[in-house]
Design a protein around this ligand. Structure first.
Ligand code: CA
Length: 257
């Protein structure tokens, strides 16, 4: 296990009825810097989830009264997006799957090493942070673009050793891509969105601009990760978290770009 950063007081709600489990898991999480509150029933857990707004919930499947799946379903049904790690007993494979379908973020089969739970908590929180960073505008006046942050006022890309200053044309194009992640855009549409109706450039001008942008932002411009070619159509912007997956839109093997 790689060393983890201390969790600077993030609040974890542990919903579990067995006192020994509660004690052991609480110790392991508090040792890592988490603040832990606990609940012995689903009902109490839901109440604390609403009142105390934990950063994450560790939810045991087997609880007196309402079980963990029902609790998970009720929380998600009420629009709670807090990450949930479900604890299951050995041999509950079906329940494990159902648990994830109910909206849990991860599960762990008992018995487990408390350190494994702590590692899962870190991983789930990290994924959550990345998701939020990509979903929401990072700050007012900025947008995520590939591994960069686009400053809309200064028209610069931040995240590399030096800020990259964009030309007006590059900036318009970057903004269009950033506003349409995962959406294949035809050249004409790109042109229209970037330049408005009065453009007087030929289609190929978009290819030139895209190839210039790739030189600015791609680790390997010959094998673009973020600005991918949709063969015979146009281009698609693939955000950073998905850029490592091979794109369905890549041209066939050996085809020119
Ligand atoms: Ca239990």
């Amino acid at each position: 296990m790689r060393p983890q950063q201390k969790a600077s007081g993030k609040l974890v709600l542990l919903v579990e009825d067995e006192p020994d489990m509660v004690r052991g898991l609480r110790d392991a999480m508090e040792f890592e810097g988490f603040t832990v509150i606990s609940a012995g029933t689903g009902e109490e857990g839901i109440g604390k989830a609403r009142k105390d707004k934990p950063h994450l919930i560790v939810l045991d499947l087997m609880l007196p009264g309402e079980d963990g799946l029902a609790v998970c379903r009720r929380l998600r049904g009420a629009g709670e997006t807090v990450p949930i790690i479900m604890l299951t007993a050995k041999g509950e494979d079906v329940d494990r799957i159902v648990g994830l379908e109910m909206g849990a973020d991860d599960y762990l089969g008992k018995p487990f090493n408390p350190r494994e739970l702590v590692a899962r908590i870190h991983a789930v929180l990290r994924r959550q942070t990345e998701r939020l960073a990509l979903a929401a505008p990072a700050a007012e006046g900025t947008m995520a673009f590939g591994p960069f942050l686009l400053d809309l006022a200064a028209r610069t890309l931040h995240g590399g050793p030096e800020p990259i200053r964009l030309t007006t044309g590059e900036f318009s194009l970057v903004r269009v891509f950033a506003q349409h992640p995962r959406q294949p855009l035809a050249r004409e549409k790109l042109m229209l969105l970037a330049r408005g109706r009065d453009h007087d450039v030929f289609d190929r001008a978009i290819d030139v601009q895209v190839s210039r942008l790739r030189k600015l932002i791609e680790p390997d411009p010959a094998n673009p990760r973020y600005l991918q070619t949709v063969w015979g159509f146009g281009y698609v912007y693939v955000p950073a978290d998905e850029a490592l997956a091979p794109a369905a839109s890549d041209p066939p093997e050996g085809a020119p770009r």
